[in-house]
Design a protein around this ligand. Sequence first.
Ligand code: GUN
Length: 294
Amino acid sequence: MSARIIDGTAFAATLRGRVRNGVEALVRSHGVVPGLAVVLVGADPASQVYVKNKAGRTVEAGMRSFEHRLQDTTTEAELMTLIASLNADPAVHGILVQLPLPKQIRENAVLTAVDPAKDVDGFHPINAGLLATGKPGLVPCTPLACVMLAKDVLGSLEGLDAIVIGRSNIVGKPVAQLLLAESCTVTIAHSKTRDLAAVCARADLVIAAVGRPEIVKADWLKPGATVIDVGINRVAGAELGKMKLVGDVDFKACADKAGAITPVPGGVGPMTIACLLVNTLRAACAIAGATATV
Ligand code: GUN
């Protein structure tokens, strides 16, 4: 293994410390304690774990955490009423509606109901449009995490060839926009891309966000490339009946070819919640008319 292993857990801990300092500064300067409201509809086990982790990290950062757990029979109208009250609540600076939502609720209608100034997921079309036009707004957390890690490894990204594998609204498209803003030459690859291996082989920076276990192979990589793996796939482990987590990248083989690579778990994953705290602090600062320090 020759690649530098990018330690997302350590980077996230440092980032959370910077957020905590920023929160203290905002409390001192404006008397404002940032508040994050997380809404969970239904009892999806993975979502329950995420929401619990988010609440714990929010309080650790010195912010207020508001949790709203609703039955999976909740109607869209009921959820809209809650979102309207959170939009109007001055103690709430960030609103996150955990996905996926039960099928009776239209995801798009809900995400567009969140006040764009409190949209710490960065999923509102207004924030997506601001990002696409290079204007300041709230940026989705996982893409922000990818770019922070890449810049930590490479310094400036200017002029680099970057490939984003995956074109989702949550990761692929926004991370491509962020890399463009960093002056990378960006290719967005997807399931219909012809000869993905050849496109990947030109890239100095690979962002894998397709949700397919270990599809990125070592022989696709340019030697020394930086590889950021967004995938979290649960697959059968070596031991009978045991599951394990793997990314979208064949980590073991790629670590011999890449210059730097994120592991799964311990790479992008821990960074995502830290970036949610960054966004909540940024939203609180913008609403209070303060300058964000993180
Ligand atoms: N479910 C899984 N990841 C996410 C995320 O980043 N934001 C929201 N709102 N729900 C999710």
